[in-house]
Design a protein around this ligand. Structure first.
Ligand SMILES: [Zn+2]
Length: 173
């Protein structure tokens, strides 16, 4: 497939694509709000008669070309539906795996306590790890109600977390 950003059909498709992005001010992620694949949470977009993954499409727009063969559109944010061009780079799958492992270790360091913690507050209901899980789950489409049930807290607590009004120090890196 050729990808030409001056082609009128492609320009129209890019506009249609951009309308489906929700820009999350907390994480900086641009979340695709259209169809999302059931496995993995990657967005799917219809382009030139084919389904294409939205992270791939977003990276093609950024680069102005099709990705090289055997290359993937990889995330620096580990957030499958994210289409922020600044969170995407072209790379191999192997690189992606080692990056993910590195980031998991960083999240692990939050749990081990060498981190100025939101849950050290006396009345904190949730541990930092749970807050991080809630933020990630919300971005991948789990509703506030479902999260409130899962973590046995009120809808308002979840709402405050996903809007960054509480636990603002706990971020998805
Ligand atoms: Zn992102």
């Amino acid at each position: 497939m050729t990808f030409d950003v001056t082609d009128p059909y492609t320009v129209k498709s890019i506009k249609r694509f951009n309308k489906k992005l929700y820009k999350d001010s907390i994480t900086g992620c641009w979340i695709f709000t259209g169809t999302v694949a059931s496995n993995g949470g990657y967005g799917q977009f219809y382009f030139k008669g084919k389904q294409i993954y939205t992270n791939r499409f977003a990276l093609m727009i950024k680069l102005g070309r099709e990705l090289k063969s055997r290359k993937y559109a990889l995330h620096t944010c580990d957030n499958p539906p994210c289409c922020n061009p600044n969170h995407l780079y072209e790379g191999t799958h192997r690189k992606n795996m080692s990056d993910a492992a590195h980031r998991n270790r960083m999240i692990g360091s939050i749990n081990s306590g060498n981190f100025q913690s939101g849950s050290k507050h006396r009345n904190a209901l949730l541990k930092d790890k749970q807050v991080l899980e809630i933020k990630l789950a919300f971005l991948s489409g789990v509703t506030r109600n479902e999260l409130a049930d899962t973590y046995n807290v009120s809808w308002h607590i979840i709402d405050n977390i996903v809007n960054g009004r509480s636990y603002a120090n706990i971020n998805i890196t």
